[in-house]
Design a protein around this ligand. Structure first.
Ligand SMILES: [Zn+2]
Length: 414
């Protein structure tokens, strides 16, 4: 693999221009890699579902919307679905969302520093890009819980709240077209985003129930990943089926193993995607991955305590690692074992062994360099955007730390 392969993956870039497509008369999508929007021109105005990642993307799309925007529907409050709203407010549309969406915007405000940090890691963007506060968001003018239907021109819009990737999800059925807009309940060709290592727990069981309700409608068209990707006919069926099967299967495996008291660190390696779904083109592990799914379902049903009394009210990790390091008593022993494990391609185990040294001696340049090498090896093998970017972030931080340490030691009076 080339050096180029460890480049972080940026799917939120400011400059990416949405691709606009008309699918049926008056039904359009605008799509970027992380998702997109769909709008319906009804003859009496436009119903727009989601608003893209940011203002520049939304501005790029606005002139392609031909009828006045009368309604905006948020499939959920994730920033990449609501970030461009201001641009579409010219005709004062009704903005419809789940009753739980405003709470999300409030959380985004009080967690701003943390969210800036994790967005920088997850999406590989500069921190300030996520730095906008509440002023960025357009609050809904109408919220609801359960079902809500309205008509405009030639179409009916049946809205349903759900819990899936978030607690504020909405999916929309348009009976005249037998079309459904599922938001992020289906992530295009990506494995469902049931687990995210930085984010609160998600709702696997409710998620699959919502998808089963949608499946029962036997839709001909499934707009997903926000609304920007479209599956038709057999593809729509298969996308629904494979997502439902994989979520049910992984969820049920985790539940079974919780009941059998398996430790979470073993569980993430035990739970498997069913063999017949492994190569599904609707479940590519390009963004999220099964290990994240397992952690997530575990966290939803299980407390933090793993039944080992050493972990009930633990001492700080650094203090414990220092004790172990003191017992080993020799940095060389750790480095040599880590190199050994590296040669056997046991990068993850090596990283955890090296951690004993690094938590005790965080400014040890040799250990920092070794960690960079291990993390790079993990990143090279990885195809999942979230873990790859997490590894890349760690490499960047270690590089900066080494630079700082060397600069300080050069400045010291000799
Ligand atoms: Zn989302």
């Amino acid at each position: 693999m080339s050096e180029r392969d460890i480049k972080p993956i940026n799917i939120l870039t400011r400059i990416s221009k949405p691709v606009i497509k008309e699918h049926m008369e008056g039904v359009y999508t605008a799509t970027v890699p992380i998702g997109g929007i769909v709008w319906f021109e009804t003859g009496q105005g436009t119903v727009l579902i989601d608003t893209l990642v940011n203002i520049p993307m939304a501005e790029h799309v606005l002139s392609s919307i031909h009828e006045k925007i009368k309604y905006i529907i948020y499939t959920h409050g994730h920033s990449d679905h609501v970030g461009g709203s201001k641009v579409f407010m010219v005709d004062n549309p009704e903005v419809i969302a789940s009753i739980f969406l405003p709470d999300r915007f409030e959380r985004y405000q009080f967690l701003k520093p943390y969210r800036n940090l994790i967005a920088a890691m997850q999406f590989n963007i500069p921190k300030q890009l996520f730095g906008q506060g509440l002023e960025k968001y357009v609050y809904p003018t109408k919220t609801f819980f359960g079902d809500y239907t309205f008509e405009l021109g030639r179409y009916t819009f049946e809205l349903h709240t759900a819990r899936g990737e978030t607690d504020d999800a909405i999916w929309v059925y348009v009976p005249e077209l037998n079309a459904v807009v599922v938001g992020d309940l289906i992530m295009g060709s990506w494995f469902p985003n049931v687990g995210n290592p930085w984010k609160p727990t998600r709702f696997a069981l409710d998620w699959v129930k919502a998808l089963e309700r949608i499946q029962a409608l036997e839709p001909d068209y499934v707009f997903c990943k926000g609304g920007g990707y479209l599956f038709k006919g057999d593809n729509a069926k298969k996308a629904l089926n494979d997502n439902i099967e994989v979520i049910r299967s992984l969820h049920d495996q985790v539940v079974k193993l919780i009941n059998e008291e398996m430790h979470i660190s073993e569980m993430i390696h035990t739970v498997k995607v069913p063999e017949h779904l492994k190569n599904s083109r609707f479940l590519k592990q390009a963004y999220s991955r099964p290990e994240f799914f397992v952690y997530n379902v575990y966290r939803w049903y299980h407390g933090y305590y793993d039944h080992n009394p050493a972990h009930l009210i633990p001492r700080p990790e650094e203090e414990v690692m220092k004790e172990i390091y003191g017992l080993i008593g020799d940095k060389g022993k750790i480095i040599s074992r880590v190199n050994n494990l590296f040669d056997q391609e046991q990068y993850q185990l090596a990283l955890q062994v090296l951690d004993i040294l690094l938590q005790s001696e965080p400014k040890d340049v040799e250990a920092l360099r070794l960690r960079m090498k291990l993390v790079k090896s993990l990143a090279l093998k990885d195809s999942c955007i979230m873990s790859k970017n997490a590894y890349f972030y760690s490499i960047k931080k270690d590089k900066q730390a080494i630079h700082r340490i060397q600069k300080n030691s050069n400045n010291k009076p000799k």
